[in-house]
Design a protein around this ligand. Structure first.
Ligand code: 1CP
Length: 369
């Protein structure tokens, strides 16, 4: 069964922050597509568009810890604006990380060894859930994110919306329980099956913090929000419905009207209808998801908009292969209103930035209407 949309897309109100940035923003190709409306061309932005593949980013990052960069609003603004303007994307995503919310909730996060985060005080039972910081206080402690957003929203071109974000309850819980990244999420699922009360209490606490966190990002100037459920694809449909959907639904429903909600998951092609029923305006699809099928399962345009889904590994190839891959994504979208072009997951750090810029140009040229 398909749940009603969180709000009627056509009834999106021109809420505070949108008004601040005028009709150019409201009419931007990105926000039009999120509302399921036709746009002058298919909007494009790319997950991890400001990241390690870019020399400019590496320059800001060198000699400092990753989280120190996240806590420097001027540097976050600079990195975000540079990536969006250099690439010519139709939206920017604020430079930050989903794990800052866990840190604010009292779980220290370290980025010391190689690529992955490490959380030295993982959540293993009800005692650690009860010891988490007050959710409202945690959101208030993230003032550096709101400052970065207000600086960035003011610095971006008038027609380029800024996307705020947070981690989804499952993906945040997985980092909190595993104490870092994982392949199988065995501890997470053991926790879920054997300590269901503590599991639901943990996800409720994460949502209690994410609600004021996203609201404050929107108040600071974010025009849309993306909820990253990067790892929820490991769950079966029944487990998603039982252990995740009620929490994700409460989070999506709490986002102030006017700011579209993008729900992104990786490996979630078997969950698309269930994710759509959680109340997203836009479903972010990975490269293994059939876009036409995603639209059908989500209720079709204009009920749902779809974001995706070029394989990020294709950007390691050559211009001919990349353009052919982009054309295949556009053919699957078939000109439906409400397509936001993106990758199926984040840009890989080995990617040549010139090829990324060529991809953005190609999507624009191929879809000018
Ligand atoms: O060494 C470095 O410079 C750090 C690399 C890095 C970067 C550039 C990390 C560590 N995070 C980020 C930025 C980031 N993270 C952004 C903003 C930049 C942009 O998109 O342009 C965003 C939206 C995120 C969100 C994020 N962090 C997610 C969800 C997206 C996804 O990739 O699925 C996840 C899972 C994280 C955790 C995280 N942070 C960093 C890494 C390497 C990881 C993944 C670790 C793992 O595999 O478990």
């Amino acid at each position: 069964m398909i749940a009603p949309a969180r709000t009627s897309r056509t009834a999106f109100r021109q809420s505070g922050n949108v008004l601040k940035r005028s009709a150019a923003l409201w009419d931007s190709s990105f926000l039009r597509a999120c509302r399921g409306e036709t746009a002058s061309r298919t909007p494009v932005w790319l997950m991890r568009q400001a990241g390690r593949y870019m020399a400019h980013y590496r320059g800001h990052r060198s000699g400092r810890a990753f989280l120190d960069l996240c806590k420097d609003p001027a540097a976050c603004c600079e990195v975000t604006v540079h990536a969006a303007t250099w690439l010519g994307t139709d939206a920017a995503i604020i430079f930050s990380d989903i794990l800052v919310l866990l840190e604010a909730l009292g779980l220290p996060v370290e980025f010391t060894t190689g690529d992955g985060p490490h959380l030295p005080k993982p959540v293993r039972g009800p005692a650690e859930v009860a010891a988490l910081a007050d959710p409202a206080q945690a959101a208030a402690d993230l003032a550096y994110v709101y400052r970065a957003i207000s600086l960035t929203a003011a610095a971006l071109p008038a027609s380029v919306p800024l996307i705020g974000f947070c981690g989804a309850p499952f993906t945040l819980a997985a980092y909190a329980i595993e104490g870092g990244g994982s392949r199988q999420f065995a501890r997470t699922r053991q926790f879920m099956y054997h300590q269901p009360a503590a599991w639901h209490a943990l996800l409720a606490r994460l949502v209690d913090a994410a609600i004021p966190y996203l609201s404050a990002q929107i108040a600071a100037g974010a025009a849309a929000v993306q909820i990253f459920d990067s790892w929820v694809g490991v769950l079966s449909r029944p487990d998603f419905s039982e252990f995740v959907a009620p929490h994700l639904t409460r989070l999506s429903a709490s986002v102030p009207a006017g700011a579209p909600v993008i729900l992104f998951g990786h490996g979630t092609h078997h969950l698309i209808d269930l994710i759509a029923a959680c109340g997203a305006d836009v479903i972010g699809c990975d490269q293994h998801t059939d876009l036409a099928e995603a639209w059908r399962l989500g209720g079709g345009p204009p009920r749902i908009a779809i974001q995706g889904n070029l394989d990020p590994a294709l950007l390691l190839s050559d211009p001919g292969r990349i353009c052919a891959g982009a054309d295949a994504v556009l053919a699957a979208a078939a000109g439906r209103p409400g397509h936001v072009f993106n990758l199926g997951h984040g840009i890989l750090k080995e990617t040549d930035p010139d090829l990324v810029r060529a991809l953005v140009d190609h999507v624009h040229a191929a879809t000018a209407r």
